[in-house]
Ligand binder design. Sequence first.
Ligand SMILES: Cc1ncc(COP(=O)(O)O)c(C=O)c1O
Length: 505
Amino acid sequence: MTEIEPQPASEGRPAAPARHDHHRAPLVEGIGRYQEDSIVPFSTPGHKGGQCVDDQFRTLLGAAAFAADIPLGGGVDDTHFHGDSLGRAEALAAAVWGAERSFYLVNGSSAGNHAFLLATLRPGDEVIVARDLHKSLLVALILTGARPVYVAPRLHPRLNVGLGVVAADVDAALRDHPAARLVALVSPSYCGVPSDLAAIVEVAHHYDVPVFVDEAWGPHFHLHPDLPPSAMSSGADGAVISTHKVLGSLTQAAILHLQGSRIDHQRVAAAVGMMQTTSPAATILASIDGCRRQMALHGRALLERAIALAHDARARLLALPGIEVLDAARLGIPALDPTKLVIDVHGLGLTGFRAEAELRDRFGVQPEMSDLVGVVCLVTIGDTTASIERLVGAFTTLATERRTVVDVGAGFLARSSGAAIAPGVQALSPRDAFFAPSRVVALRDAVGEVSAELVIPYPPGIPVLAPGDVVSVEKVAYLEAGAAHGMYLSGPADPALKTLRVVAS
Ligand SMILES: Cc1ncc(COP(=O)(O)O)c(C=O)c1O
């Protein structure tokens, strides 16, 4: 059997059992068992335990990586999923992250966003959506045909950083749109700013509307009291976390969590099965399982260290002339993910893009992302005093080489400019615009037209234009200036964004 649906075995699974042995890791153990049994595979994958792969690639990854690359059904489990390793592993994860039911994802939080919305919305349904939504939530809107009612995140008046959506705005949106079926938001934001989830959940539940949180950047929140409250602990009905982003699992690993009775858990289970590959990598699944065990047994101590390292790095960077680092006090908010270092370098006379290039080329330091005004660096459970020294040392050198400070247009082009995240006017649903006949126009001539494309400066992956949006003068000006300064744009057919596809009238 080459293709096996991973989900049916877990459908109908009871909620997590009362007792959990977090020393066990069913999927990790399953890979070990397969190897101990010295199985001769007449099944996928075709490299058969690394017998026949490119030599350089095998040398880079090591033989063990191929020996572990086995299927879930017919590998970790038998072809009938007897033992349901995945289901047992997911139940353990639900217990750690405070969910009633959890699903392991091998295509990142993106797959969780797609699956959750597909399971909860129908074509034409209204959904209240935070406008700083990630590309994957927008794709979920295209898949479902739902009609977004965008709620703009508040902006810090001076620093121009998005502060998340507020409960009062969600309340107003729900009052104006009583037929809305779901509230979907991103928290924390890319810069680590959490929304007041408990207040938003309270408002939404007052209208009996479920809340889904794209918590891709907050998989650690549930696991340490010094971090902002998690979506599950705030009462959200669903949340997706990217364990690969800041915890110890492999790239693409993520978990979708559910709780409460407002969501049909079986329908979500079916949607997860539909949105994922039918051949999930056991290595990615087992890496989530191992991450769960690690966090259940040692998470608090590991996060304690990461938070302390991040505090140390933040304080030392802040002491350097010309460098600013975001913190909750500067933003005037109660909490910020302390492990995310959002570092402003324009006081050094550098753009963030230039700083990223210098950090990598001269100091062997790779930030998570850069924009016009700064860089974002992640401090995780994988950091050590040595890695923090390297980071701070590199910035110390850059700070001693201060160049002439030039106006990089920070007020206009900063991380979450008002023009970038303003909901604007929607003429069509994302799905109708995506499938409508379109034509190509010069970007400037697109003002007043209806965008047929996604235009997303990436990272952080926030759509400036979504299919169905009426293109405004401000958005065109923002995108033109961004493109001129080297901002990487994802989505448009013309990557240079000289032209845009608009709905043919
Ligand atoms: C807010 C947000 N949601 C979802 C995603 C998608 O996560 P993944 O890469 O795990 O699919 C990202 C990725 O950067 C993100 O920033």
